[in-house]
Design a protein around this ligand. Structure first.
Ligand code: KG4
Ligand code: ZN
Length: 333
């Protein structure tokens, strides 16, 4: 089946055409990062209005490539995310499905992130799977017995992992989003020492990152007080110190979950899965196969939405021309 996937839950407009869950015939992302960078974060109304023009351009491109006629179903993110941004995506999806006379289905963005792993690695992944989803809005550990059976094992009790990367970077006046720049600068650190605390909530697989965020901000303020200002070397060392504390917490809980639930594969996904330190540590320290989508499929994209629709067999159910958005949708909804 050839599925068109549309993603517009936050600040990336994504369109992809995926055949049989594995052949990516088309995959384009229009990122609004530069537009929001000057605000230091995403402005919901600006994001929604930008999706109107960028999704229009991306769909026009598919038309120009004569690819509209291969589409057999339209899958679109229905939540969670920003209501205005989601609405733009589902309205494009419904109109297109109506015009092409094919079904439309709403897809959960979170299961979309996990299903990105199957696009490039169908043969390697064996159930049960433990998936670690780490993005700008989510940090969740999930046990999957099949594509549709998911059990939430743990989640963040406060900030998401990506969110703290962005906030700590902002405090040091680094670019937005903070994850990629902290990742790059950590690699340049000469000291590579962690002194910041690693949160480890007892008897739970839940995460918590707000304490680390506060400690890091206090630590940076103290350094500025002592040194006058931050130089490149100090920033690189702080980035390493902070990143290592985030990664350590993610790895500790993942290891406990693996020990307890004995999965056959691990999937790491979401924007923070692009982090080089996290990727290396999980791959090096795991005895079972670890599947991490390539960086372009880790951050928000349309291909993961088409993949989730394919593997969850979404088109076995009726078309949803009356689809609404679900801004607070949960992983297991
Ligand atoms: O999945 P995503 O594109 O959007 C959400 O659904 O949230 O994730 C974006 C998040 C941002 O917080 C960004 O800073 C983070 O992923 N990120 C990274 C890296 N690349 C992106 N965090 C750490 N290291 C990276 N290399
Ligand atoms: Zn996402």
């Amino acid at each position: 089946m050839v599925i068109l996937g549309i993603e517009s839950s936050c600040d990336d407009s994504g369109i992809a055409i995926l055949e049989d869950g594995k052949n990516l015939l088309h995959n384009k992302i229009y990122s609004q990062t530069d537009i929001h960078a000057s605000f230091g974060g995403i402005v919901p109304e600006v994001a929604a209005r930008q999706h109107v023009s960028s999704l229009g351009d991306l769909i026009q491109e598919i038309k120009d490539l004569n690819m509209l006629n291969v589409i057999q179903g339209v899958a679109v993110t229905k939540g969670p995310g920003l209501a205005g941004s989601l609405l733009v995506g589902i309205n494009y999806a419904k109109s297109l499905a109506y015009a092409l006379n094919v079904p439309v289905r709403g897809i959960n963005h979170l299961t979309g992130h996990i299903h990105a792993a199957w696009i490039e690695n169908q043969e390697e992944i064996e159930f049960p799977v433990i998936a670690l989803l780490v993005s700008g809005g989510h940090s969740e550990l999930v046990l999957m017995k099949s594509h549709k059976e998911k059990i939430l094992l743990g989640q963040t009790r406060d900030d998401a992992a990506g969110e703290v990367f962005d906030k700590v970077a902002r405090f040091m006046d680094l670019e937005y989003p903070g994850g990629p720049v902290i990742d790059k600068r950590s690699q340049l650190s000469k000291s590579k020492i962690r002194t910041l605390p690693v949160t480890n909530i007892k008897d739970s697989l839940d995460y918590s990152f707000s304490g680390l965020k506060t400690s890091t901000i206090k630590y940076i303020s103290k350094i500025i007080e002592q040194n006058g200002q931050l130089d490149d070397n100090l920033i690189n060392d702080i980035c390493y110190n902070f990143q290592d504390a985030v990664v350590e917490q993610l790895v500790i809980k993942l290891k406990i979950a693996v020990e307890e639930y004995k999965p056959k594969s691990i999937i790491v996904c979401g924007g923070v899965a692009a982090n080089s330190h996290l990727r290396a540590r999980i791959k090096n320290e795991s005895a079972i196969p670890v599947i991490i989508p390539s960086p372009k499929l880790c951050t928000d994209n349309g291909a993961m939405i088409a993949a989730a629709a394919f593997y969850e067999n979404a088109f076995s159910k009726e078309s949803e021309l009356d689809l609404d958005v679900f801004p607070s949708l949960k992983m297991t909804d």
